[in-house]
Design a binder for this molecule. Structure first.
Ligand code: HEC
Length: 143
């Protein structure tokens, strides 16, 4: 009897803690890109922008909750990743002293992946997907 109650309890717990089904639809291809992008982020971006995307005050801007990061100007973001950034401009009302390194050696797919990751991670939810074709087009104009 006691065993039966334990089993029943376990069943009730299992039902209670079933993960809530998300109603946000993420296409399989975007999901795969975001997953690959995390690897690029850890290797190339995390040291400055931090694991939580919060950046470092007055040095490196946050990517989480950043206006430009989720905005629709994808070409601007692609240019920043390829060329780096030494602009010293105000970002969401703050100035940052560090220089961002350039990443011209990353492939078109890696750049699309890392941008899809930062645009759809933490609290960021960008509407448009970044594609390798877009990166290729922006890169061609940079030379
Ligand atoms: C060496 C530190 C460093 C690394 C590594 C780095 N960044 Fe940055 N990033 C910065 C700094 C500093 C700025 C702001 C520069 C300025 O104000 O001129 C910046 C700016 C940005 C911006 C513009 C933010 C905005 O809101 O306008 C984006 C997007 C960005 N970085 C993405 C990335 C991605 C993606 C990577 C990895 C591929 C990366 N960064 C790697 C330091 C870094």
């Amino acid at each position: 009897m006691r065993l039966f109650i334990y089993l029943l309890g376990g069943l009730a717990m299992a039902t209670a803690f079933k993960p809530v089904k998300k109603n946000i639809q993420v296409p399989a291809t975007l999901k795969a890109s975001i997953e690959r992008g995390k690897t690029v982020y850890v290797q190339r971006c995390m040291a400055c922008h931090q694991a939580d995307g919060g950046g470092v005050p007055r040095m490196n801007p946050p990517l989480d909750r950043a206006t430009a990061v989720v905005a629709n100007d994808k070409a601007k973001l692609i240019r920043i990743v390829i060329k780096g950034m030494t602009d010293r401009v105000e970002i969401d009302g703050e100035m940052y002293d560090n220089n961002m390194s350039a990443n011209p050696d990353l492939t078109d797919t890696q750049i699309a992946d890392v941008l899809n990751y930062v645009r759809n991670n933490w609290s960021n939810k960008a509407k448009a997907v970044v594609t390798a074709a877009e990166v290729k087009a922006v890169r061609a104009k940079l030379k």
